[in-house]
Ligand binder design. Structure first.
Ligand SMILES: NC(=O)C1=CN([C@@H]2O[C@H](COP(=O)(O)OP(=O)(O)OC[C@H]3O[C@@H](n4cnc5c(N)ncnc54)[C@H](OP(=O)(O)O)[C@@H]3O)[C@@H](O)[C@H]2O)C=CC1
Ligand SMILES: O=C(CO)COP(=O)(O)O
Length: 342
């Protein structure tokens, strides 16, 4: 039997994660074109097979090509994978839409909400692209650098369209990369967004040298916040107990490659937010996501003490020490006042 021809994949967004995913997919034999807006950086990727700004020192596959021509990149694609920061998600989809061939579904590996409205990204995508376009979210514990280096990784692809989730998982899945599938875009997006906020909390605690007990307590009570908000919005609990929730929470709260954790570490050590974000030099989604998580929490009447403290610290309304005091002085109560996810 003749194997099906590899798909042509357009990866839209040439930062660390877009480049790493494009390299992964190209290594799996798919024709892969990476789109970025920075002409100098794109030319350098084609010339040197390296993204020196976002993944310095890591060799990209020769088969991977990069372009600044969005129309050509998207127009030839069987699958579009959007990997820009959440603040650029809607505008990027609007730019992609006119060039998308009818056959091409759209997936994204962006984590966060639409800033300002708090809409889930699948809601934004459905509005911009139309209800009939297959959509999928790619999420889970996955540092770009490790994926680009070919280190073993597992993540998950959620879609309302099982065949499309499988098609996206198929281009990602390979010898060192396990791509699972699911049908819960709500839960998957919530997990990917909330873990960034909770990573700031554990980073702050570690920056303040509060110890490993504090870190474990924050991760566990953070997971509880994720589960409670997820239940209120109608996501599936198992999504949050898997790669999209617990998996990514543990990675981001404990791994120093995390930019959100590094922001927390810097704040805990007394650095200002502006200086910390500047030093990190890449997208730090929690800075916007904390507001949107709390917008969702308020909308659904769910109390999220850790996320709320992070939001206030990020707005400099509380110092890290005051945030800690607030959390430690909360009323004593049963671990599960209203059942497992109450
Ligand atoms: N890095 C990681 O390990 C992972 C990241 N993610 C998620 O992936 C998303 C992208 O993050 P990541 O690649 O890490 O970010 P980076 O900071 O590494 O890169 C950001 C990229 O987005 C581009 N960009 C910024 N604003 C715009 C815009 N308005 N229009 C078009 N492109 C824009 C930047 O272009 P330019 O260089 O020209 O400014 C750059 O290519 C985030 O939501 C993140 O949470 C998810 C899993 C892992
Ligand atoms: O989402 C990520 C890992 O899964 C990357 O986390 P940071 O954005 O905190 O670096």
């Amino acid at each position: 039997m003749v194997a099906p021809a590899p798909a042509t994949v357009a990866v839209v967004g040439a930062g660390s994660w877009g480049t790493a995913l494009a390299a992964l997919i190209a290594r799996h034999g798919c024709t892969t074109v990476l789109w970025g807006r920075d002409a100098t950086g794109i030319a350098a990727i084609n010339a040197h097979h390296e993204n020196a700004r976002y993944l310095p020192g890591i060799a990209l596959p020769d088969m991977l090509t990069a372009t600044t021509d969005l129309a050509a990149c998207v127009g030839a694609a069987d699958l579009v994978l959007v990997v820009v920061p959440s603040h650029a998600f809607a505008e990027t989809l609007r730019a992609v839409a006119p060039h998308r061939p009818a056959r091409a579904g759209v997936a994204w590996a962006t984590k966060g909400f639409e800033p300002g409205s708090g809409r889930f990204l699948h809601e934004v995508a459905a509005e911009v692209l139309g209800e009939d376009v297959p959509l999928a979210v790619v999420t889970g514990p996955s540092f770009a650098k490790e994926v680009a280096l070919g280190l073993p990784t597992a993540l998950t692809v959620h879609s309302d369209d099982a065949a499309f989730a499988q098609a996206v998982a198929d281009v990602l899945h390979g010898p060192a990369f396990r791509a699972y599938t699911g049908d819960d875009m709500l839960g998957a997006e919530l997990g990917g967004a909330m873990k960034n906020v909770l990573a700031v909390a554990t980073g702050v605690a570690d920056g303040m040298q509060l110890g490993l007990n504090a870190r474990a307590g924050l991760i566990t009570r953070g997971l509880n916040e994720m589960l409670r908000l997820n239940q209120a919005i109608g996501g599936k609990a198992e999504t949050l107990m898997g790669l999209a929730g617990l998996g990514d929470l543990v990675l981001t709260c404990t791994g120093d490659l995390s930019r959100n954790r590094r922001l927390g570490l810097a704040l805990g050590r007394g650095q200002s937010i502006a200086d910390a974000v500047r030093e990190i030099g890449q997208v730090v989604e929690s800075v916007q996501t904390a507001d949107e998580v709390m917008r969702q929490a308020d909308k659904h009447g769910v109390e999220l003490p850790i996320s709320s403290a992070v939001q206030q610290v990020l707005h400099a309304e509380l110092s890290p020490a005051e945030g800690l005091k607030l959390l430690l002085s909360r009323e004593q109560k049963p671990e599960y006042p209203a059942g497992l996810f109450g």
